[in-house]
Design a protein around this ligand. Structure first.
Ligand code: UDP
Length: 392
């Protein structure tokens, strides 16, 4: 097949870009350095229990982006699973997110929805007043970091119980050193709605995540080669460079330039899988352990992602996974970009470098150094491919 576009990296961003390009008539070569496509969304079926294990951590598809939803539904039917997250703190289990259920449970109150904002405002006001007395008026208007934002959202007691310890474990630093944007991912609700995500369009693919990638890449204009690292491949194929074959690269942007300005910082994770001879370990898919003295952040129990499968649910076997955050070092999987002024500056240097080779279009979570959800990765890939097609 004559190739007129290359996709380097077959994660959700790369597969979406490949499909979009193929549908505009381009012949696309997809190169993936792992043994199979799917990136960190890839799952494995536990041969003993038949449970779909999210080997890179839980993935729940949820979106309010029409384009992403319409696109993915061409390749998957969803089971209607609605994600709920529980939190263990000081030996008790609570419902997240930060809302009426948690507040009433934690304080032993019976607040009504219209009473919650005033209650939270009172809880967080003391902190704000204290801060305002130490800072100039204009500086103190907006929370300046993760901790201030979290306290403004929910007050100090809830922050100490559910956020501080978890966040220190997750990010390996005191929350005062983190940007407010991270906590804005968590919804705060004045209702008993315990859906973790505010998106009514969510679920788990009935046929499993891997089938999505197989279907996306199943197109006459797409050729997939696995176990091929494009960074190596390009050395053996100088003609691709010479002909400036458009290349959609979704590997780490710093690796693309041999880390010449130094590595971008990431948080990594390690997972400890355990198979248990019981039908149900924790009664739900994810329980967060928010206290600092518990070394892991959460336990995933994957069978709960498929409540439609009654036989699977009843079987006296379950696979659980403890998740341990850690600092990324070369060789580890990069999971979360660490957003600091220094990392932003480093990213700008690499992005400026990437602009010098406009036929290499860098994107995705690793290429863009962005904390993408799956739907955002799809939306961005569709947009990137559309812009490219318009310009070519
Ligand atoms: N977070 C927390 N306690 C929790 C859950 C989340 O403090 O029980 C904080 C933590 O800093 C985390 C951020 O909120 O990084 C965003 O949470 P989210 O559930 O979106 O993280 P993800 O599932 O993407 O790891």
């Amino acid at each position: 097949m004559e190739i007129n576009a290359i996709v380097a990296g077959a994660g959700i961003w790369g597969c979406t870009a490949a499909r979009a390009l193929a549908e505009t008539g381009r012949k696309v070569l997809v190169l993936e350095r792992r043994a199979a496509p799917g990136g960190n969304v890839r799952c494995e079926t536990d041969p003993e229990t038949g449970i779909e294990v999210h080997v890179y951590g839980s993935h729940i598809f949820h979106t309010h982006i029409d384009g992403a939803w319409n696109f993915i539904r061409r390749f998957a039917e969803f089971n209607g699973y609605q994600h709920k997250v529980l939190a263990r703190h000081a030996g008790k289990t609570y419902f997240l997110p930060l809302g009426l259920t948690l507040v009433n449970q934690f304080y032993g109150l019976d607040l009504k929805p219209q009473e919650l904002p005033a209650f939270i405002a009172r809880e967080s006001q003391q902190e704000t007043l204290l801060r305002q007395s130490c800072e100039t008026q204009s500086e103190s208007q907006k929370p300046q970091n993760f901790e201030e934002q979290a306290i403004a959202f929910i007050g100090r007691p809830l922050y100490e119980a559910f956020i501080r310890g978890y966040t220190m474990k997750q990010w390996g630093t005191d929350p005062v050193n983190l940007p407010a944007s991270i906590i804005k991912r968590l919804p705060v609700r004045a209702s008993y709605d315990v859906n973790y995500y505010p998106d009514y369009r969510q679920g788990i693919p009935l046929a499993g995540y891997n089938s999505i990638f197989e279907r996306m890449l199943d197109h006459p204009n797409i050729a997939l080669e696995c176990n091929v690292d494009w960074l190596e491949w390009r050395k053996a194929h100088p003609e691709a460079e010479r002909d400036a074959v458009p290349t959609f690269y979704s590997g780490p942007i710093d690796e693309l330039f041999s880390y010449k300005f130094g590595p971008l910082p990431w948080r990594s994770l390690s997972f400890e899988l355990e198979r248990l001879p019981i039908a149900d370990f924790q009664g739900t898919s994810v329980v967060n352990y928010t206290d600092a003295d518990v070394p892991f952040t959460r336990i995933h129990e994957f069978k709960h992602y498929h409540p439609e499968d009654a036989a699977l649910m009843a079987r006296p076997a379950t696979t659980i996974c403890r998740e341990y955050p850690k600092t990324w070092t070369p060789g580890d999987e990069p999971y979360y970009p660490v957003d600091t002024p220094a990392s932003r500056e480093l990213l700008t240097l690499y992005q400026a470098e990437a602009e010098k080779t406009p036929h290499i279009i860098v994107g995705g979570r690793l290429g863009g150094y962005k904390y993408y959800d799956m739907d955002q990765a799809i939306a961005n890939a569709l947009e990137t491919a559309a812009q490219f097609s318009l310009g070519s």
